[in-house]
Design a protein around this ligand. Structure first.
Ligand SMILES: *Cc1c(COP(=O)(O)O)cnc(C)c1O
Length: 388
């Protein structure tokens, strides 16, 4: 389908257009090639295929879930063994939305965030209210800020956040503890999207502690989404996970089974290989590439009107702010697109107040470094037009 380039209603429509652009820095999916050891997995794909044909579905579900939660150091999630698998995080989010809708709950969703979350919830008929991410920035104020601002029965957070990279884990245990304490005291359902959590796995200051232990012990009502899709270069052959607190897990299970039976055992078997590979190299194949491209962004932006925003958590996207009195992100994005570089304008991430996003653009980092360097060169040429 071809649509006029200026009629895009959401980020995905931008991303579809960007897939035809020379330098696509729009979607945060993984477009890099395989690392040396990942090539070995691709070579063994026929074997993984036949293995999956032979065994029981439950075997591959178990293998995948164990590998995932072991890599993420989430022993309580492993032990509880109640996580539901789906094809994509958006499917898990749809199930969350179905649950909220059925319970006639409205939800308070962090702003900014990836617009797909807002759109899924909104298209499922769930009333949404924003909470500015800054409510979470000062750990001593989290409880009072939530108390002051949340007026709905559910609170939906993204950690680390896409696009800003903010993470509650930067406060140590206490950040999430304060959120949980608030939700427990005020009988709120806590929903957390951890789709970007793999990027901080080996970061001492930001790696997750056993968050499921905290959630379970507190008795808070919760729904947690985990994902593989943004981490490994697997051509979108991904799987996501949804875990619910005991008090609602049966209701959630009944909604989940109305959507799907199972994820492909072949995909689960293959993903388990990627996960185990990353456990062996300490996430090096994922992180090193992102580090190289992040350094390239910083270098390309240095001294220009586009200021790199140093994130709390280094994820697979870069967030930058325009320092120019007249130039908006919408205009800069259009100009860059004309030069073959597709970035995302900030408006869409500010799903409640798009105007707040006008100073920002987002660039995806999970790309081949060679292509990425070319994109940065072109970006710099455009930015230099605004120099002086
Ligand atoms: C990409 C993304 C999703 C959705 O993942 P899909 O694989 O597109 O369904 C959800 N949450 C976050 C934070 C994401 O970045």
């Amino acid at each position: 389908m071809t649509v006029h380039a200026d009629t895009f209603l959401d980020l995905t429509q931008h991303e579809i257009q960007a897939l035809r652009t020379e330098f696509n820095l729009a979607d945060a999916h993984t477009h890099q090639r395989q690392s040396a050891s990942q090539h070995g997995i691709v070579e063994r794909l026929p074997q993984l295929w036949y293995e999956a044909e032979e065994g029981l579905q439950a075997t591959y579900e178990q293998r995948f879930t164990e590998a995932f939660f072991r890599l993420h150091r989430q022993p309580t999630a492993l032990e509880k063994n109640k996580t539901l698998l789906s094809y994509a995080a958006s499917i898990s989010t749809m199930v969350v939305a179905m649950y909220l809708k059925r319970q006639r709950m409205a939800v308070t969703l962090v702003e900014p965030c990836f617009d797909n979350l807002h759109d899924v919830l909104s298209n499922m008929g769930v009333p949404l209210y924003p909470i500015d991410e800054s409510a979470l920035h000062d750990v001593d104020r989290i409880y009072t800020e939530l108390k002051r601002r949340v007026r709905t029965d559910a609170l939906f957070l993204v950690d680390p956040n896409n696009p800003t990279g903010f993470s509650l884990m930067s406060h140590g245990r206490r950040g999430l503890e304060e959120v949980v304490r608030y939700c427990k005291d005020h009988d709120k359902l806590l929903v957390i999207d951890f789709c970007f959590a793999s990027f901080t796995l080996y970061d001492e200051e930001l790696a997750r502690f056993d968050v499921y232990e905290l959630l379970e012990d507190s008795g808070v009502r919760y729904l947690v989404i985990e994902d593989t899709g943004k981490t490994w270069p697997v051509q979108d052959a991904k799987a996501a996970m949804l875990t619910a607190s005991d008090d609602i897990k049966e209701d959630v299970y009944n909604l989940h089974t109305s959507v799907l039976l199972n994820v492909s055992p072949f995909v689960l078997n293959m993903l388990a290989e990627y996960i185990e590979n990353s456990a062996k190299d300490g996430m090096a194949s994922v992180r090193d590439l992102l580090d190289v491209n992040r350094a390239a962004v910083k270098e390309a932006l240095a001294g220009t009107i586009l200021e790199y925003q140093e994130p709390v958590a280094k994820t697979s996207v870069a967030w930058a702010k325009i320092r120019h009195p007249e130039l908006t992100a919408t205009e800069l994005q259009r100009e860059l697109r004309g030069e073959g570089v597709y970035v995302l304008p900030g408006r869409f991430f500010f799903w409640n107040e798009p105007g707040k996003g006008e100073p920002y653009i987002r660039m995806a980092l999970a790309r081949e470094p060679e292509m990425f360097a070319g994109a940065m060169k072109r970006l710099r040429e455009v930015l230099d037009r605004y120099a002086g």
